[in-house]
Design a protein around this ligand. Structure first.
Ligand code: 13P
Length: 340
């Protein structure tokens, strides 16, 4: 059965389920494995991802999984395609298609995401491999003189061209303009920059004739930079993020799925929960976390076969906490009890 693009876009954030971003590039997964003392080999990457895709979390809490090019072609140890493990759990396979952010000429300190050339053809292959949605990440940094309009516009145009190509290939685009939380800026500066970026992104999606009903937005939350002296409360992050989205993201978008961006596991969960509790949201809000879902299972697993059950339990716990958050039913007490 082939689900329509609208159905896929809706399903990715329905009923409290959310997306597992397991699309780390070769260099990023190496960094993550270095941190737990595991060599980044083809087999270790497979074993790690197979562990996640065979966990209980998949059928209960995970609507879709974003894969890297290597993983969408990879088989489990017993020869079953990893894509099939995801499908058998009732989850939807997706694919990261951008080729990463590179320095943008004329814009010191800023990047442009590459990967548009030949993308139509690559989408056809990914569709045949089972991908029903895709992801493209644009990166916007905040500094004293950045972002520039040159960079915001170029990144928004690339996102829009990617999204149009995805829909033409029957694949739902996740549009991810990430405003980084690396700087020392306060929450209001993050609000101002994210608002500008999202306004430009939706303008370019309109010019590129992208159908919003078949699109998923993956934004950052409105949050102070990591190095800021003035960290905001959970309530302030929730209120400002929802206010920003109401001002920028049309109600035609069925699903908004946040990135975690370097927040702690529990912060990412608490912020989502607080937003849902505000109520009256025109879109389904959920998670599309990489680090905030995987840091715990990576640590519990640490590359050892005897730790697979512990890694799966850690992943299932995090996925469940975020599922409860996406329903507005998470509490610090549930978190503490389940982690014990
Ligand atoms: P994080 O949740 O670790 O930010 O990753 C999500 C993602 O897909 C970034 O592109």
């Amino acid at each position: 059965m082939t689900a329509s693009l609208e159905e896929v876009a809706y399903k990715l954030a329905a009923g409290g389920k959310g997306i597992l971003a397991a699309d780390e590039s070769s260099s990023t997964i190496k960094r993550r494995f270095d941190a737990i003392g595991v060599e980044s080999t083809f087999e270790n990457r497979r074993d790690y991802r197979e562990m996640l895709f065979r966990s209980e979390a998949m059928s209960q809490y995970i609507s879709g999984v974003i894969l890297f090019d290597e993983t969408i072609r990879q088989n489990a140890k017993d020869g079953t395609p990893l894509v099939k493990l995801i499908e058998d759990a009732g989850s939807i396979p997706g694919i990261k298609v951008d080729l990463g952010a590179r320095p943008q000429p004329g814009c010191p300190g800023e990047t442009i995401t590459e990967g548009l050339d030949g993308l139509g053809e690559r989408f056809k292959e990914y569709y045949d491999l089972g991908a029903r949605f895709a992801k493209w990440r644009a990166v916007i940094d905040i500094g004293s003189h950045i972002p520039s309009y040159t960079s915001v516009l170029a990144n928004a145009q690339a996102l829009a061209r990617y999204a149009a190509l995805a829909q033409a290939a029957n694949i739902v685009p996740i549009v991810e303009p990430e405003v980084l939380m690396d700087g020392d800026h306060d929450i209001d500066r993050c609000y101002e920059v994210t608002e500008w970026v999202l306004k430009e992104v939706f303008q370019q999606l309109f010019y590129a004739r992208v159908k919003l009903e078949s699109t998923v937005l993956k934004p950052n939350m409105v949050i102070a930079g990591k190095k800021s002296q003035k960290q905001a409360s959970v309530t302030e992050v929730a209120e400002k993020t929802v206010r920003l989205l109401k001002n920028t993201a049309p109600a035609a978008i069925p699903s908004v799925a946040f990135l975690s961006g370097g927040q702690s596991d529990e912060e990412a969960t608490a912020h989502l929960d607080a937003m849902i509790r505000l109520g009256g949201l025109p879109w389904n809000l959920t998670f599309s976390y990489g680090r905030a879902l995987q840091a715990a299972p990576q640590k519990a697993w640490s590359g050892k076969t005897e730790n697979i059950a512990a890694g799966q339990a850690a992943f299932t716990h995090r996925a469940k906490m975020n599922y409860l958050a996406a329903l507005g039913q998470w509490t610090p007490e549930i978190e503490a009890k389940k982690a014990a």
